[in-house]
Design a protein around this ligand. Structure first.
Ligand code: FES
Ligand code: FES
Length: 175
């Protein structure tokens, strides 16, 4: 029988074959095996959001997921959203609005915000949406609620909010 890896994943547009320990978390696989250290390990227990990456368009805590579970998945990390020569709109917004201090939570914040913007566009309600059948409002309460899984020990929340609002406005203008 032909050899088959445990999982084939696409990470930031590149194909990879995972054949390691089935207990390897996606977070450790990204950081330790692929060298994509932008994704951070904060709590390692699903509580801080520092490890947020985008899998098939949805944000997840990569510390709570096993690499072997992602056969066929398309994964985007902070390295796949932009690079220093070509920052994404959100990355530019975090710089322009001083949305970080130590920067440790920032990759997770930006990955989370990128997927959150798509959730709002798709009309998904949140716990604070007044009318779950209506298009969600894009206001501070919605953004705070939707970003509440991403903690910042430096407390840069006001500027993170300003950065996301700015990026949303930029994208609105472009559409
Ligand atoms: S490291 Fe995954 S949620 Fe904290
Ligand atoms: S900028 Fe330091 S933890 Fe958020």
């Amino acid at each position: 029988m032909a050899h088959r890896p445990a999982a084939r994943l696409t990470v930031n547009g590149q194909s990879h074959e995972f054949e390691g320990d089935p207990r390897r978390t996606l977070l450790d696989y990204l950081r330790l095996d692929l060298g994509l250290t932008g994704t951070k390990k904060g709590c390692d227990h699903g509580q801080c959001g520092a490890c947020t990456v985008i899998v098939d368009g949805r944000r997840i805590n990569s510390c709570l997921s096993l690499a072997v579970m992602h056969d066929g998945s398309d994964i985007t990390t902070i390295e796949g959203l932009g690079d220093p020569q070509a920052l994404s709109v959100l990355q530019q917004a975090f710089v322009a609005h001083d949305g970080f201090q130590c920067g440790y939570c920032t990759p997770g914040q930006i990955c989370s915000a990128a997927a959150m913007i798509e959730e709002i566009r798709a009309g998904w309600p949140s716990a604070v949406s007044g009318d779950v059948a209506a298009a969600p409002a894009i206001d501070d309460d919605e953004i705070r609620e939707r970003m509440s899984g991403n903690l910042c020990r430096c407390g840069a929340y006001d500027n993170i909010l300003a950065a996301i609002r700015y990026a949303l406005a930029q994208e609105e203008r472009a559409t």
